[in-house]
Each structure stands twice: as structure tokens, then as C-alpha cells.
Design a protein around this ligand. Sequence first.
Ligand code: FAD
Length: 299
Amino acid sequence: MHDTSRLSRSQRRRVGVSFEFFPPKTADMERSLWEAIERLAPLDPTFVSVTYGAGGSTRERTHATVARIVRETDVKPAAHLTCVAATREEIDDVVRAYWAAGVRHIVALRGDPTGGIGTQYAAHPGGYATSTDLVRGVKEIGDFEVSVSAYPEKHPESASFDQDIDALKAKIDAGATRAITQFFFENDIYFRYLDRVRKAGVTIPILPGLVAVQNFKQTAGFARKTGASVPQWLADRFEGLDDDPATRRLIAAAVAAEQALDLMDRGVTDFHFYTMNRADLVYATCHLLGVRGKVPVGL
Ligand code: FAD
């Protein structure tokens, strides 16, 4: 059945989208990343962000990807940055290099323990101790826009929701003006979290992070590590499709559409997509939300 009220709502409201990419490791990955950026850039995203890894080579790949976005597109990049395995001076140098390259938006994170998710986090002795310190350090270097993470199911290391939300508030007090959530599959989880943070006095935008499920097993495994729950109904939808990528893609598109449209129906106007460096599913979801590409000049 065709829901005309939904269509008219999406047309009336300006929907904002942002896209997250990860830095490519190989020439093939680089090609598919750029195909994705070129397809999604005309949707006029509020920003596109590039994730950051702890090792030296991934650090350079993030910088190279962000610098190329600045040079070759007119979308606004946001560079992710973590406190892991680096001194404060080294991180400050990266921040200065971003400023010099024309980047004005940093996504400031603590990062995961070097021993892997689930092991004890230990701050680098000469580095930033927490994401809050990093936010403060970035703001001291330049007038960056700073986004931070938020956890609708709380960060696995937080003892309670109160502690988790206190950490978010500390990041905001240090200068963060936007939070992007860990991905979630049940929209009620996001709205319950939104209620909690608003009651705690948080007023900044909390962008829902939506993951495009390309490979259910992989996504479910990653979710378990990061403390994001995977509902049984979702597992059921992908059941028996391990060797059927074409049907999996259709199911993934249906799941993404259902989630995004429900968020929109419930008042959400800004969406952050974990693209996994692929455009099709995200592009289709944005289209459903009423987001259209810029009309090429001359038409
Ligand atoms: P934080 O806000 O730092 O919280 C981590 C824990 O520390 C929580 O338990 C919190 O309660 C506690 N805490 C925070 N501040 C304080 C404080 N001042 N005092 C005491 N306790 C405190 N990882 C990467 O390696 N690279 C990326 O590019 C990347 N991008 C991400 C983007 C998003 C949107 C999200 C949601 C996560 C991303 N991550 C990335 C993962 C992230 O680094 C991990 O989840 C990490 O374990 C926590 O870092 P954080 O900044 O998200 O959390």
C-alpha cells in the first residue's frame, strides 16, 4: 500500500544526511571507495567522514583520503581521530596538518584498546587520556567543528547509563557540538536513549548511525563486540541466505528502508550512514527519505 502521508512529509521536511567511509587498503578498494563517494556526493551531504586506525599506515591513509576529498570534491570532510598509540604531540601534528589541508571538522574518539575490543584500555603515557581531553586539545589548536560518539546501548566499558551520559556531557563541555551514535537496529533503543540524554540536559544533535548491512554475519559479529544488540527478528530475516548474496542484498535494502522511514516518521531529520564504502543501498535509502541529487548545471 502506498503511504502518501509519508511521501508528503518527506517532501516538506529538509532531510540531512552524512556518510562515513573507511580508508582503503588496496588499489581496488580505493577505486570502489571513490565510486561510492562520486555516487553519494551529489546528494549534498552535510559532511562525509573518514575513519581512523591506530597504526601509522592507516593514519596516513585517512589523511590521504580526507585530503583527496578536499581537493577533488565540494563535500565537507570530517576526519576521525583517536587517542590510541600516539603522544599528544603526534596527535596535535595530525590535527595541524588537517587544518593546513583545509579540514574544519574532526570526529574525536578515544579509540579501542590496542589489545582489541574487550581488553583493558590503557592510555598512551604521553598521549591524550580520554576522548574528552582530545576534544579539548583539538579545540585549542583550531576552531574545528568537533563531533563525538554516543552509545544508545551504552559503551560496553561504562558501568551504567548515567556514567555513559556523564562522559558524553564531558565531551560536550569540552567543545563537541554533535554526537553520532553507534549503529542500532531497534529504533526504540535510539528514542529511549534520546529521552535519557535530553532529560540529562544534552541539547546537541544526536545523529542516528545506520549501518548498511552488506554481510549479516560480519555485522552481527561486529555488533556483539561493540555492545550493539542484534534482534532475533533480524537474524531470522537473513536466515538461510549465506550462499545467496542477491537475495541478501534485497533483504538488506528492505531492512534499511524500514528502519530509516520509521525514524523519519517519528521525527528524525538527520541521518548518518555507515556506508561500508558502498553506495547503492545507502543511495536507495536516501532516495526513499526524499533526498535527491543536485540537478547537473545546464539542465
Ligand atoms: P568514549 O566517549 O571515550 O567512551 C569510552 C569509555 O570511556 C566509556 O565507558 C566512557 O564512559 C568512558 N569515558 C569517557 N570519557 C571519560 C572521562 N572523561 N572519564 C572517565 N571515563 C570516561 N574507532 C576507531 O578506532 N576509529 C574510528 O574512526 C572510529 N570511529 C567511530 C565513530 C563512531 C560514530 C563511533 C560510535 C565509534 C567509532 N570508533 C572508532 C569506535 C570507538 O573508538 C570505540 O568504541 C572506543 O572503544 C570508545 O571510544 P569513544 O570515543 O567512542 O568513547
